[in-house]
Design a binder for this molecule. Structure first.
Ligand SMILES: Cc1cc2nc3c(=O)[nH]c(=O)nc-3n(C[C@H](O)[C@H](O)[C@H](O)COP(=O)(O)O)c2cc1C
Length: 347
């Protein structure tokens, strides 16, 4: 079905197609449509949560927590909603979202448009009070655009406010310090800033056993990654999400001139896969078997899923391939993963 619709959808500007997709999800949500995914596979246990299979929705698709039930009904084993910020904010000026069909990739510089952490937490709580989503749901928190990056105390207060708002409704929280679309946000990945921010968020949680993960950029050096992983281990955080989009523009089939005309932003999809996989492998070796590692970047097929799991990921997420392949993809990947597992266990 999506195969037939996609050429039409892809004729629309990306934002119009996204709105149409959102409308379809809202309808799905209102219909309480839910075909359970019956997998005869052992569930995955990590960070104290249970996942029916490894395939989740990546941060940024449902920024305002509008469609959690509909997304779960498509077969995702877990969702990461947001990124939310303490202050509601609009998107960056358009155009801010581009398709690169020759690479099955996207470039975006949306810049965390969202309704604000409090409003989103309230919406989510209201929607799920009498109707649980049925899969683990995490929230991604980011920095409000209005807070200057060099005022670290204010930045920390800003993240703390988001965490306070969403902690009561989240099964896990992802600290996003890796989006390329909020000015200099990635400076927070540097050792001293990261340590102060993450220690403050840990402290904010007190005795609450809410898993905290850190989402990293694929553009940092191995040294910076190691410093960050050291802090994650020292603070006993749950783990990492690897990776966010890249500012690199290699390797791409789309002509250079076209890519340059799109301008700044994060590149997602298959061109990201090699570096994200490298980060997953490195993080697993560094953090050991107990940490939770969520792999994300360019996953399109069950072979990709297995490559990430073999590299050490407990779970994986998709975004760009969901846009290119459509709503059947999570279910398909889950079923193929379960079949592969069965084949491996009963050769
Ligand atoms: C349009 C768009 C918006 C995104 N917004 C966010 C976001 O708000 N927070 C976040 O952590 N990641 C965001 N991401 C990054 C994805 O979560 C993911 O890390 C990245 O796209 C790589 O996965 P993919 O190749 O499967 O798309 C966004 C990606 C895209 C394409």
């Amino acid at each position: 079905m999506y195969r037939l619709l996609r050429p039409l959808l892809f004729r629309l500007p990306p934002h119009a197609a996204h709105s149409l997709g959102g409308a379809a999800l809202s309808i799905l949500d209102a219909l309480h449509f839910n075909t359970p995914l019956n997998l005869s596979a052992r569930p995955i246990e990590t960070m104290g949560l249970t996942f029916a299979h490894p395939v989740g929705l990546a941060g940024g698709f449902d920024k305002n927590a509008r469609w959690p039930h509909a997304l779960a009904s498509l077969g995702f084993a877990f969702l990461e909603l947001g990124t939310v910020t303490a202050t509601a904010q609009a998107e960056n000026p358009r155009p801010n979202l581009f398709r690169l069909p020759a690479d099955r990739a996207l470039i975006n510089r949306l810049g965390f448009p969202n309704d604000g952490a409090n409003a989103i937490a309230e919406r989510y709580q209201h929607a799920t009070r009498s109707r649980p989503v049925g899969v683990p749901v995490g929230f991604s928190i980011g920095k409000s655009r209005s807070v200057p990056i060099d005022a670290l105390d204010k930045v920390i207060d800003d993240y703390r406010a988001s965490l306070r708002a969403i902690a009561p409704v989240a099964d896990f929280v992802v600290v996003n310090i890796s989006s390329p679309n909020t000015n200099h946000l990635r400076a927070l990945q540097d050792r001293d800033q990261a340590r102060r921010l993450l220690a403050a968020l840990r402290e904010e949680l007190g005795t609450q056993a809410l898993p905290l993960l850190v989402k990293v950029a694929p553009d940092m050096s191995v040294e910076t990654l190691d410093e960050l992983l050291t802090i994650i281990a020292e603070l006993n955080l749950a783990g990492i999400v690897a990776t966010n989009t890249t500012v690199s523009r290699e390797p791409l089939r789309t002509p250079k001139g076209e890519v340059e005309a799109m301008g700044a932003g994060g590149l997602s999809g298959p061109p990201l896969k090699a570096s994200a996989l490298r980060f997953v492998k490195h993080a697993r070796a560094f953090l050991g078997p107990k940490a939770t590692i969520i792999g994300v970047g360019g996953i399109e097929t069950s072979d990709d899923v297995n490559r990430y799991l073999d590299a050490g990921a407990n779970l994986i997420q998709i975004y760009t391939s969901f846009i290119y392949e459509g709503p059947g993809l999570p279910r398909r990947l889950a079923q193929e993963w379960a079949r592969g597992l069965q084949a491996r266990e009963q050769p």
